[in-house]
Ligand binder design. Structure first.
Ligand code: HEM
Ligand code: HEM
Length: 242
């Protein structure tokens, strides 16, 4: 009986099956981030008089980043930083196999992609935080504008413009990488970011931990609320406009 159980377990390990890899919160985070960044570009560059929306969506983007950072510690296995942030040796070993069409696909992020995720999160965080110091030069000041000296404001202004330019290249590279995996390595990553499942011999996650995700979202909301509404000083009223 025990022998039979071992044989069944071992044979199951070698069978490719659809397993859940990306939990619902990670998938929601991803596509909401894509939508938010598009909206941020549109409200800054395409639409006139949309800067108030740019502020609101910027706060939401900040919320998304704070949520993802917390989720990287308490989320499901493949969403956790310690499952995809690896040392330089793993990254180099992985890069050696990058152009090998038959190399085994990673269940979660691969070692190179894992670091790419970190770069994207840092850039979006820099973009959102520097935005808090910006002004439209007419009516609206970011909540931290009056707290900072001239040098800091100049730095934040440079960062807000520079980080987005870098982000555009990084996003282009990200999409190119996803296409490369699909076309060259025949690994369809996009459907997995939609329905969460991948073909794998390794066990997936059992569920999306939605209750914990809700608590984490609440905590992220409180952190962002305190950061943008409670902590900054009340803006001084400019008499010129009254
Ligand atoms: C504004 C543009 C985008 C940004 C900022 C972005 C950012 C990210 C981030 C941060 C992750 C890591 C997800 C996580 O672990 O939380 C990720 C993964 C992923 N993204 Fe995007 N993304 C963008 C656009 C896209 C688009 C347009 C596609 C589809 C063509 C896409 C497909 C994917 C896929 C398939 C993964 C999982 C990769 C893997 O299997 O390791 N992304 N993206
Ligand atoms: C991740 C979130 C954000 C993204 C992707 C983003 C993106 C951008 C972009 C692309 C521009 C145009 C830069 C240029 O012309 O070169 C811009 C300008 C600006 N952003 Fe953001 N931003 C974000 C968050 C914020 C936040 C949170 C605030 C304020 C609370 C803010 C306030 C501003 C202001 C005041 C401008 C200048 C608009 C003008 O020229 O009148 N941004 N942002």
């Amino acid at each position: 009986m025990t022998l039979l159980a071992i044989i069944i377990t071992n044979s199951n390990e070698n069978i490719m099956q659809k397993v859940l890899v990306w939990d619902i919160p990670t998938r929601f985070f991803h596509w909401l981030l894509v939508a938010s960044l598009l909206a941020q570009y549109a409200t800054a560059e395409w639409f006139e008089n949309a800067i108030q929306w740019h502020f609101y969506i910027g706060y939401f983007t900040l919320f998304l980043v704070v949520f993802r950072v917390l989720w990287g510690f308490v989320g499901t296995h493949y969403a956790r930083f310690n499952s995809f942030v690896t040392g330089p040796r793993d990254v180099v070993n992985y890069v050696m196999t990058l152009f090998n069409k038959h190399s085994a696909s990673s269940v979660g992020h691969n070692p190179l992609g894992g670091w790419f995720v970190i770069v994207m999160l840092v850039l979006v965080a820099v973009q959102a935080v520097s935005g808090l110091f910006m002004t439209d030069d007419i009516f609206l000041d970011g909540p931290y504008r009056q707290l900072a000296d001239k040098e800091t404001l100049a730095l934040m202004n440079t960062l807000h413009h520079l980080a987005f330019d870098i982000l555009l290249y990084v996003i282009a590279l990200h999409i190119a990488a996803v296409i490369f995996y699909g076309v060259y390595k025949k690994q369809k990553l996009v459907p997995a970011m939609v329905h969460g499942k991948k073909e794998s011999k390794t066990a997936g996650i059992s569920d999306s931990r939605l209750v914990i995700a809700l608590l984490v979202a609440l905590l992220a909301g409180v952190i962002v609320y305190v950061a943008i509404d409670v902590f900054p000083p009340t803006p001084e009223v400019d008499e010129y406009y009254y």
